[in-house]
Structure formats: structure tokens, C-alpha cells
Design a protein around this ligand. Structure first.
Ligand code: C5P
Length: 329
């Protein structure tokens, strides 16, 4: 019997890009939030050796470049075990859409493979393997509302935000993450002649992020310091999110290059979303809504206009871990 794990997606609630580091990555700050849309990953261990990936979606690589393959390979080495690993990925999430699908698939593989092998990696080994395979993997070892620092791989669980209604819209435009980072660097280089200033300015921008996040989330506490509960809190947080001006830096380089993505943001705003943003480097744009009905209507309208869109909810940590093992499909 294979082990099935639901592999949930994420969105980014704000993303600030900092200086380019010596290792070729950019320092960044973001708040990740898991959402209730998922792929399914099935892992089965048999006799023999090797790692096989099966996926009906031809855009998903089935060899060593697949993040699931890379995680499985590292786990076998770390636990010093042999076996024939078969990984089947059932795709529903956008491929390369900025919602972390490939990263989430890899973490789902890790969780399922541990169960199949009846062995667990030490927590720090899990984190090491996840961050080695990609900057967006570790967040899926936490789930819910997660602060991401470093190159995005250093993760800290934040107090969970209440569940928001949201719409995920993915225009059929392929945005390359490394190219988007390179465009960001070009944009800053054109503005600043002294390269040292780029780094300094980048650090300042990074510091702004913690201030705005603090300003946003501190509004969710009552004077007694106890978070208020329920939908009122969710609505207040949504309004504060707009007020504090939390943004995704990638928008300033991705929108001019792909105006169709900016159009999707505008369409979501027109449909009554309280907060709309690009997720990661795109092409997914998400909108947060105050109620389920307007979210469903917005998704319908976008889909009818040719932009694949789905209404869903954000997924707090406890539900994330419970539903990972839930019914798939
Ligand atoms: O870690 P991940 O595989 O997602 O990164 C893909 C590419 O995106 C990196 O090779 C790098 O070019 C770019 N990147 C970056 N800064 C980050 C994360 C990714 O420049 N913080």
C-alpha cells in the first residue's frame, strides 16, 4: 500500500527583496501562508533500487531535477537505506505559478517516504534537506502563517492568522523566478551608481518589512494582549493589511513585463477583493475576500474570461497538519 499525502500550496503576504548575497541568492523577508488547494503525492517503497516519478502533466520533470526526486535521494542517503521508490504526483496546482507547488510536493514526498520506511529523520536533518533542495521547501515543514527570512529558507511559525476566503488566479504566463530576481537587480542598478549603495538600500528596505508586519499584526491584539477571535478579527486584519501597505516587490518588475498579470490584479480588485497581490514571482495573483460568496463569484468571472481561477480559504497550521493525511482528491 502506498502512502498518500496532500501537498498544499502557499501564497506570500508581502515579499521584500534585499541585497544580492555572495552565494548568488537574495536576502528576503516574506510571510508565507498555506492555502487549502493541493496536489496529491503517493509514495511507495518496493524491492530493488532507484527513484521513479510518475506524473500525467508533461510540464513536470520526472528525472533528477524534480524536487521530489532530490528529496527522496537525500533521505535514502541520510537514513542509509535502499529501495525502489515510486512517487506519483497528481497535479491540480499551477506548475511554476508562484504558489510553491514543486516545493510542497517535495515536502509531501519527505513525509510520505518517512512513513513508508517507518523511520523518521531528526528535525534538523529534515530542515537541512528541505533547505538544500530549495528556498521554498522549509515553510511546508511548518504550515499556517510562517515568517521567511534569509533566502526564504529560514522559517519561523507566526501566530496563525484566521482563515481568509481567497481566490487564486493563474494567468497562462510563465514567469522565471531567477529572471525576475535578475530584473530586480537591473532595476536597482539603473537607479544607483555605487554598487555598495544597492546593498545598503536593500538592507533598509528589509528593515521596513519587519516594521510593517509588526504594524499590521499588532492591530490584531486587543488592549489586553489577547487576540480577538472570529470573522471580525479577520476583517479587521484585512483592512489593516491594505492600510500598512504590505507589498510584493516582484510586482514592480513582473507587471511591466507581463501586463496581463497586472490586469488580473485589477480584475480581482474590481470583483471586491479587500487585498490583492502577486504570489512569489507569479504568475499567480491572489485576492483576499471578506466572504465566500464574493470569492466564488470572482473566481467564476475570471475563469469565464479565460483566466483559470479557484476560490479557496487560507489554511491555519493545525488544519494543515490534520488535512495532510485527509481524504485526497
Ligand atoms: O531556492 P530556489 O531553488 O527556489 O531558487 C531558485 C533560484 O532563484 C536561485 O537559483 C536564485 O537564482 C533565485 N533566488 C534568489 N534569491 C532567493 C531565492 C531564489 O536569487 N532568496
Amino acid at each position: 500500500m502506498a502512502t498518500s499525502v496532500r501537498s498544499f500550496a502557499k501564497i506570500n503576504l508581502g515579499l521584500k527583496i534585499g541585497p544580492l548575497r555572495e552565494d548568488g541568492f537574495h536576502e528576503l523577508r516574506t510571510v508565507y501562508q498555506t492555502i487549502a488547494l493541493s496536489d496529491t503525492v503517493r509514495v511507495d517503497v518496493g524491492k530493488g533500487v532507484g527513484i521513479e516519478i510518475a506524473c500525467k502533466d508533461s510540464r513536470v520533470p520526472t528525472e533528477e531535477t524534480n524536487t521530489c526526486w532530490r528529496v527522496a535521494d537525500r533521505i535514502l542517503r541520510s537514513l542509509k537505506v535502499r529501495g525502489k521508490i515510486r512517487i506519483a504526483i497528481e497535479k491540480r496546482l499551477p506548475v511554476q505559478g508562484g504558489v510553491g507547488a514543486a516545493s510542497s510536493n517535495a515536502v509531501a514526498t519527505m513525509i510520505a517516504l518517512e512513513k513508508e520506511l517507518k523511520q523518521q529523520l531528526a528535525p534538523e536533518e529534515r530542515l537541512r534537506i528541505a533547505s538544500e533542495v530549495g528556498s521554498d521547501l522549509p515553510l511546508f515543514l511548518v504550515g499556517g502563517t510562517v515568517l521567511g527570512t534569509g533566502r526564504g529558507e529560514q522559517v519561523y511559525p507566526l501566530e496563525d492568522l484566521p482563515s481568509f476566503h481567497c481566490v487564486i488566479a493563474t494567468p497562462a504566463v510563465g514567469v522565471s523566478t531567477p529572471a525576475a530576481f535578475a530584473d530586480w537587480d537591473k532595476k536597482w542598478a539603473a537607479k544607483l551608481t555605487d554598487p555598495k549603495l544597492t546593498a545598503k538600500d536593500g538592507s533598509d528596505r528589509i528593515n521596513t518589512f519587519s516594521r510593517t508586519i509588526y504594524e499590521w499584526l499588532s492591530g490584531s491584539f486587543t488592549p489586553t494582549g489577547v487576540p480577538s477571535k472570529g470573522w471580525d478579527r479577520a476583517e479587521a486584519l484585512l483592512l489593516d493589511l491594505v492600510r500598512t501597505g504590505i507589498e510584493n516587490d516582484f510586482e514592480s518588475v513582473v507587471f511591466p513585463k507581463y501586463p496581463a498579470i497586472r490586469e488580473v490584479k485589477r480584475a480581482l480588485e474590481r470583483s471586491g477583493a479587500k487585498y490583492v497581490s502577486l504570489s512569489g514571482s507569479g504568475s499567480t495573483v491572489y485576492g483576499l475576500f471578506a466572504d465566500q460568496e464574493s470569492a466564488a463569484k470572482a473566481a467564476e468571472k475570471l475563469t469565464a474570461s479565460g483566466v483559470p481561477a479557484q476560490a479557496t480559504v487560507t489554511l491555519p497550521r493545525e488544519r494543515y497538519w490534520k488535512e495532510i493525511w485527509g481524504k485526497t482528491g
